[in-house]
Design a protein around this ligand. Structure first.
Ligand code: ZN
Length: 245
């Protein structure tokens, strides 16, 4: 039997995924990383998928299910939206998600969140939502949100597993370990709620500006890196006795 690269990698660096149950009484928060048109909607911009993508569709569906549970229970949700000022490039990427355009808006399946009182929207102009939450006066909007909601378990979904999700999770774990995030105990990355983009080596070979980025491989590596920093990787998430996934 010939194994694919992804199958070999999953044997070399396996990830044990957990079935995470958030017990009753534990305060839970949900962060969506960049589930916006510019990264998720076919043809929406330079960094949007060129054709329908199964992993990205699943990420949106699973995130929308979680959004319903959180909004029904009035639990806190924070959505990061990648948004850049016109003319201010984010190296090494081409122009994307310019402030005020559809690219930097939540995907249609999540756009209703803008009206929900338990949802905080945070525009950011860098990969890492933790860094992107630093405000002019030096305060951090994400840290303030965590503390004011006394979040003990933080659930994270979004795109890209190995870029903006990973960077945010790593910074959050460092901040937690330093005691900056109040009662935070667990950072849980829900694997089916995350996705990354697909740029196979066969396309990258003729493109000196972009590194190859095979989707399944990089998604797995992103989850592996997050787990290595101390995140829990969840194959399913449930709340109290009520199973939602
Ligand atoms: Zn960006």
């Amino acid at each position: 039997m010939v194994l694919t690269t992804v199958e070999i990698l999953k044997k070399e660096i396996p990830i044990e995924e957990e079935s995470v149950v958030v017990p009753e009484g534990v305060k839970v928060g949900l962060v969506f990383v960049d589930i916006i048109n510019g990264f998720c909607t076919v043809g929406a911009g330079n960094l949007a998928p060129r054709e329908p993508n199964r992993q990205i569709s699943q990420m949106i569906d699973e995130s929308a299910k979680l959004a319903k549970v959180f909004c029904n229970n009035k639990w806190p949700v924070l959505a990061f939206l990648d948004s850049h000022q016109p003319g201010k490039l984010e190296h090494p990427y081409p122009p994307h998600c310019i402030t005020g355009t559809d690219e930097s808006k939540l995907v249609p399946a999540l756009s209703w969140l803008e009206e929900e009182p338990n949802v905080t929207i945070r525009h950011k102009d860098c990969y890492d939502g933790f860094i992107g939450s630093i405000q002019e006066d030096g305060s951090n909007a994400f840290v303030d949100w965590m503390k004011s909601n006394e979040i003990q378990t933080l659930l994270v979904t979004g795109i890209c597993t190995d870029i903006c999700v990973l960077d945010f999770v790593c910074s959050t774990l460092s901040a937690r370990n330093r005691g900056f995030l109040g009662p935070l105990e667990d950072v849980v990355v829900y694997s089916k709620g995350c996705a990354t983009f697909d740029f196979p080596a066969s396309l990258a070979i003729n493109n000196k500006d972009h590194l190859a980025h095979p989707q399944e491989l990089m998604h797995h590596i992103g989850l592996y890196m997050a787990k290595g920093r101390g995140a829990k990787i969840a194959r399913e998430v449930s709340f109290n006795a009520f199973k939602n996934m």
